[in-house]
Design a protein around this ligand. Structure first.
Ligand code: NAP
Length: 262
C-alpha cells in the first residue's frame, strides 16, 4: 500500500502529518507522492480539493480520505485524535470505497482548442466586471437568456458548498445529477430567468453561450481563471468518479449534520 499526505501549511496540520507518517511507516506502508493508492489530506475541504486536482489523472487508482484541522470538514471528516485508528484501518484494508459523481466542463474560445476540466465541487462563470449575459441551453434547446452576476453548476458533493450559499438544494451523492444555480439574476419586464435551481439528470447537458461577454472568470473548485473570447461552455456529468475511502460508519447525512447543524 502506497500513501501520500497533503497538508495545509499551518503548524497543527504539519504536526499531525509527522505523527501520521510515523504511524504509516511503522505499519509498513510506503510513501509515494507520485503513484499513491491512498491520499490523506490534513487541513480542510479546501486541502482535499487541492489534492483532488493534484491527482486528477489517477482517479481510477487513487482513493482519498481527509482529516480536518479546521472548523468544518465535509470531505475531510476525520478528527486529529482519530489518526491512530485511521492509520490502522488503512494499513489493514478495513475500509470501503465510496464513489461520487464529477462534472466535466468544456470551454471553447475563439482561435483556440477547447479546454476540459473535471470538477469536484462546482464550476462558476462570471464576468470580471459588469453584468454577465449568457444564453442558457438545456439539452441543446434554448431555455433562457440569463442576465446577472453569474451561474454555478455543482456536483452532488459540491451541493453543500457554494451551491448551498446560492440557495441550491443539498443532493445525496448517490443521485447522479448536476445542479444549475443563479447568482443574482436580473428579473424585470425585459429580462426573465427561471429564478430557481435546476437539477439535471445524468446524460443531460448544459450549454452556455456568452452574448457580448468581455473578460470572463471561470472558477473550477478553488481555482480561478480569467479568460477572454469565451464562445461556449458545455457541462455534463463525467464518466469518471472520485473515490473516497470510508473507514467509519458515517453517512452523507451524518456529514451534512455534523458540518452544518452540530
Ligand atoms: P475557501 O474560501 O477557503 O472555502 C470556502 C468554504 O467552503 C470553506 O469553509 C470550505 O471548507 C468549504 N467547502 C469546500 N468544499 C465544501 C463542500 N463540498 N461542502 C461544504 N463545504 C465546503 O476556499 P477553498 O478552501 O479554496 O474552497 C473552494 C470552495 O469554496 C469552492 O469550491 C466553493 O464551493 C467554496 N466557495 C463558497 C462560497 C460561498 O459559499 N459564498 C464562495 C466562494 C467559494 P474548509 O474550511 O473545510 O476548507
Amino acid at each position: 500500500m502506497k500513501y501520500a499526505i497533503r497538508t495545509r501549511h499551518d503548524l497543527m496540520s504539519q504536526e499531525i502529518r509527522n505523527h501520521l507518517k510515523e504511524r504509516f511507516d511503522t505499519l509498513g506502508l510506503s510513501e509515494d507522492n507520485t503513484e499513491p493508492d491512498i491520499v490523506v489530506t490534513i487541513g480542510g475541504d479546501g486541502t482535499l480539493l487541492d489534492a483532488f486536482h493534484h491527482y486528477v489523472d489517477r482517479l481510477d487508482t487513487t482513493a482519498f480520505v481527509g482529516i480536518h484541522t479546521g472548523h468544518l470538514g465535509f470531505y475531510a471528516d476525520w478528527l486529529p485524535h482519530e489518526i491512530n485508528a485511521l492509520a490502522e484501518g488503512i494499513a489493514h484494508g478495513k475500509y470501503s470505497i465510496e464513489t461520487y459523481p464529477l462534472i466535466e466542463v468544456r470551454m471553447s474560445k475563439l482561435n483556440a482548442e477547447p479546454q476540459k476540466y473535471l470538477v469536484l465541487n462546482e464550476a462558476t462563470f462570471r464576468l470580471a466586471s459588469g453584468t454577465l449575459a449568457v444564453d442558457v441551453y438545456l439539452q441543446n434547446e434554448l431555455f433562457e437568456c440569463f442576465r446577472g452576476d453569474g451561474l454555478c453548476v455543482s456536483t452532488p458533493t459540491g451541493s453543500t458548498a457554494y451551491n448551498r450559499s446560492l440557495g441550491g438544494a443539498i443532493i445525496h451523492p448517490t443521485i447522479e445529477v448536476m445542479q444549475l444555480t443563479e447568482m443574482a439574476s436580473i428579473n424585470n419586464r425585459v429580462f426573465r430567468t427561471i429564478g430557481s435551481p435546476l437539477i439535471l439528470p445524468k446524460d443531460q447537458t448544459i450549454k452556455l453561450i456568452p452574448t457580448g461577454a468581455k473578460k470572463c472568470i471561470l472558477t473550477i473548485d478553488h481555482h480561478t481563471e480569467l479568460h477572454e473570447d469565451v464562445t461556449r461552455l458545455d457541462y455534463e456529468l463525467s464518466g469518471k468518479k472520485v473515490q473516497f475511502a470510508r473507514l467509519k460508519a458515517s453517512t452523507f447525512w451524518n456529514r451534512v449534520h455534523n458540518s452544518f447543524i452540530n
